[in-house]
Design a binder for this molecule. Structure first.
Ligand code: G3P
Ligand code: CA
Length: 351
């Protein structure tokens, strides 16, 4: 491996020797931060589609992320917005409807729609990519996403994980179906590659109670922006100490409130910290974002551009892995300078 790169990372302080042959990072358990494909390959293809999830996996995603809502007839579908207008051709297919809310349409109606690309670099095609599924740009049910993923993993010997979100409006029907369908697909325990996330703390409480009643303990993640009240950190309106009683991680907005001090507080309670959402439009932007991920000691990140974020992450890792957390050096500016030098050296070597 890159002796100079390791030396630079050690000097920068985000990586430390654990043994003579291994290293540690600032993450909760010393593992590299995980790459979560935000809404699939949403930077390139229509979001929340089987085609988009498949491309994300081919680009190196370690988890795919379906947002989940209920149709009018009670089916879980993968879609982000509460309405169908931004991401589908619903206005063409169903003109003049009183409401375009997802929960005002039946599954049979939603299956008539096509998901459209959204974003500055998104399209209906990706160079060199041919989806393996029929109708790859329809709104999929959660069941279809799970079947696709478990089938993909079985066929390819992979362990790509899933990171479903219980969206609002939330309900018991939504939460119980999420757990039931995950269990039906073989997910059951904290050791499985699954995180169930929500911005709604009451939903997490219900997910937790329901799955424990069935003997499951899949990982739960509380979403929201970082805040602080009377010196106590919050995610959304819920304090970290409350979250730690029910969840295994937090998914937080990547803004100025997300600090190393917050990450240390969450890690101190045993909580993983994942950040949303990276949207690097160039490799250089991606490298800059990744320096911050490593500086903060984040355990994972949601990205619209899996390939770019993955390349930037891997450029900051030794080839031979690492284990166990370390404290962040006090001199943050020195850390960033060192990491910047590391990336420049890495890119020069690979150019
Ligand atoms: O779930 C993490 C992130 O996706 C939250 O933002 O609005 O894209 O679901 P959103
Ligand atoms: Ca989400």
């Amino acid at each position: 491996m890159r002796i100079a790169a390791i030396a630079a990372a050690l000097a920068a302080g985000f990586m430390m020797p654990a043994t003579a042959d291994s290293y540690t990072l600032n993450t909760l358990d010393g593992s590299p931060p995980i790459v979560i494909a935000h809404r699939g390959a949403s930077g390139y293809l229509p979001e929340h589609t089987l085609g988009g999830y498949e491309l994300a996996i081919q680009l190196g995603a370690e988890y795919i992320e379906p947002d989940l809502l209920l149709t009018s007839d009670g089916h879980l579908v993968a879609i982000h917005d509460t309405t169908l207008t931004r991401t589908t051709n619903v206005l063409e297919v169903f003109p003049g409807r009183e409401s375009y809310a997802v929960n005002a349409f039946s599954l049979e109606e939603i299956k008539q729609l096509t998901v459209v690309p959204f974003g500055p670099q998104a399209s209906t095609e990706y160079p060199g990519f041919t989806p393996s599924t029929a109708d790859p740009y329809k709104v999929p049910t959660f069941q279809e996403v799970l079947s696709f993923l478990t089938g993909y993993n079985a066929a390819n010997g992979t362990e790509i994980g899933i990171y479903p979100e219980a969206k609002n409006p939330n309900s018991t029907l939504m939460n119980t179906q999420i757990i039931d369908q995950l269990r039906g697909a073989g997910y059951n325990s904290a050791a499985d590659k699954v995180f169930v996330q929500s911005f709604n703390f009451a939903a997490l409480l219900e997910l937790d109670e329901y799955q424990r009643g069935l003997g499951s303990d899949m990982n739960l993640v509380m979403l929201g922006g970082v805040g602080i009240t009377d010196g106590q950190y919050r995610v959304g309106t819920t304090f970290l100490s409350q979250i730690a009683e029910v969840a295994q991680g937090v998914g937080v907005s990547n803004n100025a409130n997300l600090t190393r001090d917050f990450v240390e507080a969450a890690h101190g309670l045993g909580l993983l910290v994942h950040a949303y959402t990276l949207r690097p439009l160039t490799a250089e932007q991606s490298d800059e974002q990744m320096l911050r991920m490593f500086e903060l000691g984040l355990d994972g990140f949601f990205t619209d551009y899996t390939d770019r974020s993955l390349a930037s992450r891997n450029a900051l890792l030794p080839d031979d892995g690492s284990i166990a957390p370390i404290p962040l050096p006090a001199a943050g500016w020195l850390l960033l300078t060192g990491l910047g030098g590391l990336l420049i050296a890495r890119r020069r070597r690979t150019a």
